[in-house]
Design a protein around this ligand. Structure first.
Ligand code: PEP
Ligand code: MN
Length: 376
């Protein structure tokens, strides 16, 4: 299934002027006029930035933390734009924010992760945008829920906003990890599969929460064919009022960008394409075999299910499952497959087997007899 989003291409609303990749940068928060304007000048001077970002209304987890400088920040952004020529982007979370940002001539709006989780908030923003031609970027929700992300994009698009992009900023997770927000790349890939024309911009700053990992995540995002990066940059990160650990100076930002390798999704070189096509056809053949073998496996699972039912044996025998897991992972390891991958694959196969056997166990005798009849 594909999403029915009416979207204009990224280059119709942001002028990259040959800069690769697309970079939107600026401080997490506008703090003072000097901090914002000076950062903007240094960013513009790198020649690598296509738009300036700054939060002026900050959604904070705890009350009493710095909640953004507020509307005065719009004046500072206007000045930064006048002096550097960089288009400006801010986060909006209410209809009032939208109205004020539009009155101040803000070029790009974005919906933050804490707003995307709430359909009421997103709808309020969407209603305020009706009849306005402004680009809007929608961050993924805090929790790993693709539907909420999609729903927010649909609400904004339904309000008539066609200059639309998604921002992948990672997801909250209970498990401890090296990242502030787990990238969960498969969710971003899921969005791309549903809406291939929707640009996705990666936000390595909020994913990592750590400036040392920004280059690594940026490269990965570009390798997954994301259309750009939003990176937090502050003239002096050590004294930043918010998100200090993840901000980089404009010079460090330029260095990160310089070290990124740009790879193309498709190439024109016939030889390269032929070689790729050949390798892909090998993969296709193997995938077909894997599916065929899975179907054969399921047929045997069905037989086992019926046998267990006839002999009153429980579906799950923990020892047997442990044995499968242990034997197969060590075999897979010897074949240079990662244990994590093998375990995931086996668990998937196992849960499907259990589902099938449960179906068999719970089928009434009458149902089974009827099924047999339809098969003859
Ligand atoms: C931000 O971009 O500064 C921000 C608050 O991000 P997020 O909504 O992704 O947490
Ligand atoms: Mn931030």
């Amino acid at each position: 299934m594909k999403l029915n989003l009416d979207i204009q291409p990224l280059n119709s609303w942001i002028n990259q002027a040959g800069k690769q990749p697309l970079v939107i940068a600026g401080p997490c928060s506008a703090e003072t006029e000097d901090q914002l304007v000076a950062t903007a000048h240094l960013l513009a001077k790198t020649g690598k930035v296509s738009a300036l970002r700054a939060g002026i209304w900050k959604p904070r987890t705890r009350p009493g933390e710095f909640e953004g400088i507020g509307s005065i920040g719009l004046e500072w952004l206007k000045r930064a734009k006048e002096e550097t020529g960089l288009p400006i982007a801010v986060e909006v979370a209410t209809a009032k924010h939208v109205e004020e940002a539009l009155n101040a001539g803000v070029d790009i709006l974005w919906v933050g992760a804490r707003s995307t989780v709430n359909p009421f908030t997103v709808q309020e923003i969407a209603d305020a945008l009706r009849g306005v031609d402004v680009p809007v970027m929608v961050k993924n929700p805090v929790n790993p829920d693709l539907s909420l992300w999609v729903g927010a994009l649909e609400r904004i698009n339904n309000a008539g906003i066609t200059k639309l992009a998604a921002i992948h900023r990672g997801f909250s997770s209970y498990e401890k990890s090296a990242f502030r927000n787990e990238p969960m790349w498969d969710l971003a890939i899921g969005l791309k599969t549903l809406a291939p024309h929707l640009p996705i911009i990666n936000d390595p700053s909020h994913i990592t929460g750590n400036r040392d990992l920004i280059g690594y995540i940026s490269q990965k995002a570009l390798d997954l064919d994301m259309q750009g990066l939003m990176i937090e940059s502050h003239i002096d990160p050590s004294v930043a009022w918010t998100d200090a650990a993840q901000q980089v100076t404009p010079a460090a930002l330029a260095d990160i960008i310089d070290h990124l390798a740009l790879r193309k999704p498709e190439v024109r070189n016939v030889e390269v394409n032929d070689k790729l096509a050949e390798l892909r056809s090998q993969i296709d053949k193997i995938d077909d075999l894997v599916i065929q073998k899975m179907a054969e496996r399921m047929k045997i699972v069905e037989k086992i299910g019926n046998y267990k039912k006839d002999n009153n044996i429980t579906i799950l025998q923990v020892n047997r499952w442990d044995e499968i897991l242990h034997k197969r992972t060590s075999y897979a390891k010897a074949l240079k497959l990662s244990t994590e991958f093998t375990e995931k694959l086996l668990e998937l196969m196992h849960s499907e087997s259990i589902r099938k056997q449960t179906e068999i166990m719970n089928k009434s005798e009458a149902g089974q007899a009827a099924e047999k009849l339809t098969h003859v």
